[in-house]
Write a protein that binds this ligand. Structure first.
Ligand code: APR
Length: 280
């Protein structure tokens, strides 16, 4: 690096390069991947952050292990812990962050090829990302059904039960099976939409990975699908997955909202971003 490089950090210089790449019109098919880290600023805990992560705060449910709260076999015999957690996580009590707004801004500018999210909080939809541009890889709370006969359960009845932290039972005569939101539990198949779009990251001309530990497969394998030479930008508190292993990777380590605001500044989109965020 030439000695009189300005004192800015490497990531600031490379964020400038990413912004230039977008301004030069070389990023028309941006693929974004998100995890719980983009919703922590909305007040929703992520799963694995030390101390604040959900998996470190479920002791009140005395689970065999933290992930059991999202395991179908445990749920079948003991749905209470999940429903008590659902009461805290249920959409409607939280608002999108500026990171969610940035993804909506990309869509508004016609630059978002697809957003793959692991989050079940529906904040991307709330931020205004068009639903045809969202793959909710781990499902969402938007719909629910009986885990035995798959009969759908009415939304309004579901809201009542979640408010009371109670597990609803199937409405079909003689079934009586437990009802579960359509979020993907460990041991369950990911939605068809995930597999129908799994090769979309291969066609990206820019990839943004935000707020995820990249620990849970098959989602965690998506960033590797970017072609060699396609810039992959990580906005995360810590380095994760294979991010940083390629010459065109850019690591913006720290709070994703501040990283995104820096990128918006470099793009000259900051006022538009803040106005959009305020309007959501
Ligand atoms: N800014 C940037 N990064 C953040 C922030 C923030 N404000 N807050 C948290 N992070 C980072 C954490 O450092 C961590 O690397 O986001 C990541 C969150 O990782 P997880 O808690 O593991 O969440 P996620 O990757 O979404 O989990 C994947 O695990 O339990 C399953 O199905 C569940 O979809 C979930 C999947």
């Amino acid at each position: 690096i030439d000695p009189d490089t300005p004192p800015e950090t490497l990531s600031e210089r490379s964020l400038r390069a990413v912004a230039q790449f977008i301004k030069d019109g070389r990023a028309k098919r941006i693929v974004v991947m998100t995890g719980a880290g983009i919703s922590t600023a909305a007040g929703i805990p992520d799963f694995r952050s030390p101390k604040t992560g959900l998996y470190h705060n479920l002791s009140r449910f005395n689970l065999p292990h933290p992930e059991a709260v999202f395991e179908i076999d445990f749920f079948r015999t003991n749905p209470e812990p999940f429903y008590l957690l659902a009461k805290e996580l249920y959409p409607g009590n939280f608002s999108p962050t500026v990171s969610h707004a940035f993804i909506a801004l990309l869509a508004k500018k016609g630059l978002l090829r697809m957003l793959f999210t692991q989050n079940i909080d529906c904040l991307e939809r709330a931020a205004g990302v068009p639903s045809e541009k969202i793959v909710e890889a781990h499902g969402s709370f938007a719909t629910q059904r009986c885990i035995e006969c798959r009969t759908e359960f009415p939304d309004d009845l579901m809201r009542e039960h979640v408010k009371r932290g109670e597990a609803p039972r199937c409405i079909r005569k003689g079934c009586g099976g437990l009802v579960k939101p359509d979020i993907v539990f460990f041991g369950e198949q990911l939605p068809e939409a995930f597999y129908n779009n799994i090769s979309v990251p291969n066609t990206a001309d820019l990839m943004l990975v935000m707020g995820t530990s990249l620990l849970v497969h098959p989602f965690a394998g998506l960033p590797r699908r970017a072609q060699e030479g396609v810039p992959r930008v990580l906005f995360n508190l810590e380095r994760v997955g294979d991010m940083g292993s390629r010459a065109d990777d850019v690591l913006v380590l720290g709070d994703c909202d501040s990283g995104i605001r820096k990128l918006a500044d470099e793009l000259g989109w900051r006022d538009e971003l803040e106005a959009l965020w305020r309007s959501i």
